[in-house]
Design a protein around this ligand. Structure first.
Ligand code: PAF
Length: 286
């Protein structure tokens, strides 16, 4: 596996890979866990050349968020990627991605509003901007993202459609199902912030979500089921519930599961905090 840190080196390296076959990109911010490695394996199954980017993107962190604390483990990550058979690690420093005078922002309306977009102003602008740059830098045939960040995936797909991106085309932006720990907690680099006690409490997130979905399936009124979910999370030790909402899987518009249309396309989205750690999760109702 080659590790490349400058655009000048990246361009010929990508050109060589492209001569050998299709290129799949897995964008990450590092601190890799089994969820990321699942993306890399899915990419390997789909294309002979897998490029993984590791870049802790400052533009997607708000003031007071965890940019400085975000775990950085480049050597360990590179070893994991090498073992998974990635062809190239693209690990630029911030100045290579946002050189002096950088001034362009990509803002995606609609799908980036509400949910995490409401709690983290500017976050999805930062994501859309860096992902667009990564697509232009690597020019992959396909790109893979985890479905834990469902709203992020919707923002990226919208951006690719709106900007007529052809590499990767909208159809080649793939979501990969959430990878969970044995107790159901969705894998996330931020789980590393949890103390041992908080880690046990955190399992209440997927558990109470499954309970709410079961209650909805038995005819519970949505507002009641969501209020119960919020209470259950607080009782389990979560200090704050940022949102617990039912939304359309594609448009992310608010949905009532009993609105007579396809219930299978409704998802439950939750963000909640244990101490200062913010966890997100989402599950299909159907
Ligand atoms: O999901 C992430 O790790 C990041 O938001 C991404 C897509 C790599 C952009 O920085």
């Amino acid at each position: 596996m080659q590790t490349i840190t400058t655009l000048a080196q990246l361009r010929p390296a990508i050109a060589t890979l492209r001569e050998q076959g299709r290129v799949a990109l897995v964008p990450t911010m590092g601190a890799l866990h089994e969820g990321h490695l699942t993306l890399v394996r899915a990419a390997r199954a789909a294309a002979p050349n897998v490029v993984v980017s590791i870049f802790v993107n400052p533009r997607q962190f708000g003031a007071g968020e965890d940019l400085d604390a975000y775990p950085r483990q480049m050597e360990r990550d590179a070893g994991l990627l090498e073992a998974e058979g990635a062809a190239l690690l693209w690990a630029p420093p911030p100045g290579e991605v946002y050189p002096e005078g950088y001034a362009t922002n990509i803002s995606v309306a609609g799908v980036s509003e509400g949910l995490c977009g409401a709690d983290r102003p500017g976050h999805f602008d930062g994501v859309a901007t860096v992902v667009c740059k990564l697509f232009n830098q690597v020019m992959p045939d396909m790109a893979l993202f985890g479905e834990k960040d469902w709203q992020q995936l919707a923002v990226i797909r919208r951006m690719a459609r709106d900007l007529d991106l052809t590499r990767p085309a909208v159809e080649a932006i793939r979501g990969v199902p959430i990878v969970r720990e044995a107790d159901g907690l969705a894998m996330s680099s931020r789980n590393a912030y949890l103390s041992a006690e908080q880690r046990v409490q955190a399992a209440a997130l997927p558990r109470t979500m499954r309970e709410a979905i079961a209650a909805l399936g038995q005819g519970a009124e949505p507002a009641h089921a969501l209020a119960e979910l919020r209470d259950a999370l607080r009782n389990a030790g979560f200090s704050q519930v940022d949102y617990a909402e039912l939304r359309d899987a594609d448009t992310l518009a608010a949905r009532d599961p009993d609105d007579g249309t396809d219930r299978g396309n409704v998802r439950l989205f939750v963000a909640a905090r244990i101490g200062t750690t913010r966890l997100i999760d989402n599950m299909a109702l159907g």
